[in-house]
Unconditional design. Structure first.
Length: 511
């Protein structure tokens, strides 16, 4: 009897150990997924990572599926957005313990989205209809990205379709949008799982379909959705590479003003000169004489000047806008709409915690949704400030009037991390979606010019000071994405999910 009991206990313990090992490997797969994004640019790793997750969800319970999804999400976001801790610790005045705790809570929140995808997939999967179940997983992932981008002001970082900017599939981005790219990406990953698991001739059919999905978008490569004008616009940008401590150091303030003035002097004559987000760390109302001097210089040189700077919301100057002002041959201004949670505002549910931790409270307010476009000579342009790059709808609302895009940032808050690289990759997607050239100006590196195909034409090295000088070409017209936004992918996902729910309900009533 003892021998029998011992024999029965061995496979049980082995099964438990195997379960823990499975969670560990899923976590590792999640850690590998961000290698498909910048600065690594290995999209194949992300595809294999997602394929491993999908494979791991087969033959497990609903509860186990939720746990597997959570472990995967913890790895995915734990590495992918690890840069959050830098700003919380270095500039949020929290020690490493509390900064790490806040970061872990944030990562756990983000990990809930893959966990819910896995939970719903296991709840609704059609075990005898593999292609439908496969598509269900793709649809749920796509909808989870949409929810993550919109709930509680959203966090649309590491949208999986972004990795396709480094593949031929990118050429259908102006048709499908970001969520459409995510659908394609996950479909390829899950189809790869089917191909590997099949022993019949279907394996080769699946592999052929995967190859066709990857190469067929090349047919759209030579389609010009927008009309690119032949006359270039000369641009210059100043990348100061100032640390946050130096930037806000009162003793260095006048040196900073002189540095920007010298940089502008070297670029005078360019049609457009751009300074990064909050380049001058003092409200514009305090610098009338300095700004007037820059304005006069720009007018004499026939140059337009865009400056990232704070502007007071009213005469009391108790609250401010993060803004872009224009000088010289430029007209208009831009007030930042999408503020960064914790950095530029505290979400209302967490205000009490912020007070309890005795943290400084931001005094920035968001700009209005409808704002007039900045004009450079006779060219209306779209403008984005930092975090807004992650929200394509903010750019779409400025189309099709805008003839090119200017994006300014200061990622010094996140140190020498992945943040700037990931943001530049999202900017590439925006140019591809709209068929517009883009000038990306970042305080701490990777200031770039991106063409209408989403390719980087010129770029400054990261974490170094320098002047970016190049030409861009104005564009007019519509891409399909400008017309219908992300609606095709989201409508397809919604209809498919309703279809699956209908099948499951019908089965339930038939039992």
């Amino acid at each position: 009897m003892k021998q029998t009991a011992l024999a029965n206990s061995i496979p049980i313990n082995s099964s438990i150990r195997l379960g823990y090992v499975k969670y560990f490997f899923v976590f590792i797969a999640g850690l590998l997924a961000p290698f498909g994004f910048a600065p690594f640019h290995v999209p194949g790793l992300t595809l294999l990572s997602l394929a491993f997750l999908y494979s791991s969800l087969q033959n497990c319970s609903i509860k186990q599926g939720f746990s597997l999804g959570f472990f995967y999400g913890t790895g995915y976001f734990g590495f992918g957005v690890s840069w959050v801790i830098v700003s919380i610790h270095d500039y949020g005045q929290l020690n490493y313990f509390f900064a790490g705790l806040v970061t872990l809570i944030f990562i756990a929140y983000l990990a809930l989205f893959p966990a819910l995808v896995a939970y719903l997939y296991k709840s609704l999967e059609l075990k005898n209809r593999k292609l439908l179940s496969l598509t269900l997983f793709c649809v749920l992932w796509c909808l989870s990205e949409y929810c993550r981008a919109t709930l509680f002001t959203g966090f649309p970082w590491l949208q999986v379709g972004t990795i396709l900017i480094d593949t031929p599939i990118k050429y259908i981005a102006p048709i499908l949008g970001v969520y459409g790219l995510s659908l394609v990406c996950i479909f390829v990953s899950t189809l790869l799982t089917l191909a590997v698991s099949q022993n019949s001739q279907k394996r080769y059919l699946y592999l052929i379909v995967i190859v066709l999905i990857i190469i067929s978008p090349m047919l759209c490569k030579n389609i010009s959705w927008s009309y690119i004008k032949k006359e270039p616009v000369s641009i210059g940008a100043i990348q100061a590479n100032l640390s946050m401590r130096d930037k806000w150091d009162e003793a260095l303030f006048w040196n900073l003003l002189k540095y920007y003035e010298n940089g502008i002097n070297k670029l005078l004559g360019k049609q457009l000169i751009i300074l990064p987000e909050s380049a001058i760390p003092l409200p514009a109302s305090y610098l009338d004489k300095y700004l007037q001097k820059l304005n006069n210089k720009a007018l004499k040189a026939n140059s337009a000047l865009m400056v990232g700077i704070l502007q007071p919301t009213d005469d009391n100057e108790t609250n401010y806008y993060n803004s872009v002002i224009t000088l010289g041959q430029a007209k208009g201004k831009k007030l930042k709409r999408q503020l960064v949670p914790f950095g530029e505002y505290i979400p209302k549910p967490l205000v009490a915690i912020n007070h309890w931790l005795n943290l400084p409270e931001p005094n920035l307010l968001p700009g209005k949704r409808k704002q007039s476009l900045i004009r450079i000579e006779n060219h209306p342009i779209a403008s984005l400030i930092c975090y807004e790059i992650a929200y394509p709808h903010i750019l779409r609302e400025q189309m099709p009037k805008a003839q090119w895009i200017v994006s300014i940032s200061d990622n010094g808050w996140f140190g020498h991390s992945l943040a700037s690289y990931q943001q530049l990759q999202m900017a590439q997607i925006l140019s591809l979606l709209t068929g517009r050239y883009q000038v990306v100006v970042n305080n701490d590196g990777l200031s770039s010019v991106i063409d209408s195909n989403g390719d980087i034409v010129e770029s400054l090295p990261p974490f170094s000071a320098g002047l970016l000088q190049s030409n861009i070409f104005p564009a007019e017209g519509f891409t399909p994405w400008i017309i219908w936004h992300e609606y095709p992918a989201l409508i397809f996902c919604s209809i498919f999910l309703i279809f699956i729910l209908f099948i499951q309900l019908r089965r339930l009533f038939q039992q």
